[in-house]
Design a protein around this ligand. Sequence first.
Ligand code: FAD
Ligand code: DHB
Length: 393
Amino acid sequence: MRTQVGIIGAGPAGLFLAHLLHRLGIGAIVIECRSRQAVEETVRAGVLEHWVVALMKDLGLGERMMREGHFHDGITLQWNGERHHVDIQGLTGGKRVAVYAQHEVLKDLIAGRLAQGGEIVFGVGGTAIRDLDTGHPAIDFHRDGTGALETIRCDYVIGADGFHGPARQAIPATHRTEYQKIYPFGWLGILTKAPLSWPELIYTNQGDGFALLSTRSPDVQRMYIQCDPAGDIANWPDARIWEQLHARLATNGGWSLTEGPIFQKGIIPLRSFVCEPMQYGRLFIAGDAAHIVPPTGAKGLNLAVADVLVLSRALNAHYKHNRRDLLDQYSATCLRRVWKAERFSWYMTTMLHRNDLETEFERRIHFADLDLVCTSEASARSLAENYVGLPFD
Ligand code: FAD
Ligand code: DHB
């Protein structure tokens, strides 16, 4: 097989890139180690920054998102039984986020790409990258996991293969630096068949710590609680989850959370991670392959899309105008946004979680931080600008 850009991974980074390149008339093939069904069913992030919503529409992929997504003017912060509305829309000159699940975005991207005649090879095995130092890098893979060995010859290889994929490892260890922070807590996420309990997302730090009330549809709600990252989900029967959600979301005003049957639950660890640089020879890495944020503030998916927007512009300048400079600057350009998202996700995470390794002094500082956001317009605006999506430089 021969194409201009070989993309490893059919997550948000790989699929948005395939669409952006198609619109620019640049050829790309995507390979993915999981089945289409597995990709379309994995429950992950939920919040789209305002410019990602605009990009979905721009790419002609926004119809279902506009119909089924929830558009929120603000968020609610809670501690000590009190709720405070942060007017994201008012503080950012009218910008809003959409709550539209990542796997729904992926369904729209996959259907759209296949309808354009684009090539996405699902269920590949043994992905290997080679010849990065030459003008003709290659990606080897086995079709259907263990079937015939096939090769994609291309001009550029894009590693959009998530945190555990092989692309980052293809950058020699001597050429990359990795920065990491592991948090002493994880998130237990559930999907429940229940009606909406509150009109917007609630981020709370109360009792045993963090909880997040989010939504998916009028009758399916998404909720998270802070938990032991090494905990076994078997030790979290539904009654224990509800007890914790009730305690962390309880208000002084007698509001109550509506329960429903839980039909999906899982635990994820929380980590911050950045790999510098995000390129080596003819390899460019994007999204979770290059960086991870803890999920508080919902930056992961949005950051993956930001990387590939920068990359698509750089590839366009290269192919259309024979300019190499934007490709050379890809990593530096992305990392400025990446570190700001790392900072924001770390800030939201430390402010909103109970960390028993910290002192009571630090705990009070986190409540002071929450109080500041809810009483200082400058502080609230800073949170709002980051939450809705920073402008591109
Ligand atoms: P991914 O979505 O990981 O996509 C990479 C793709 O590459 C995958 O489909 C993978 O199967 C494929 N791949 C890997 N190896 C190979 C290979 N060798 N060959 C071919 N293909 C390969 N963010 C939030 O903001 N809020 C959340 O609530 C949230 N929850 C999350 C829950 C989980 C369990 C995880 C893992 C992440 C969560 N995130 C969340 C983060 C967010 O989902 C990611 O930031 C986002 O998916 C990044 O997109 P990506 O395209 O870079 O990587
Ligand atoms: C969701 C996830 C997040 O990380 C977040 O900050 C808000 C919402 C969600 O999955 O709905």
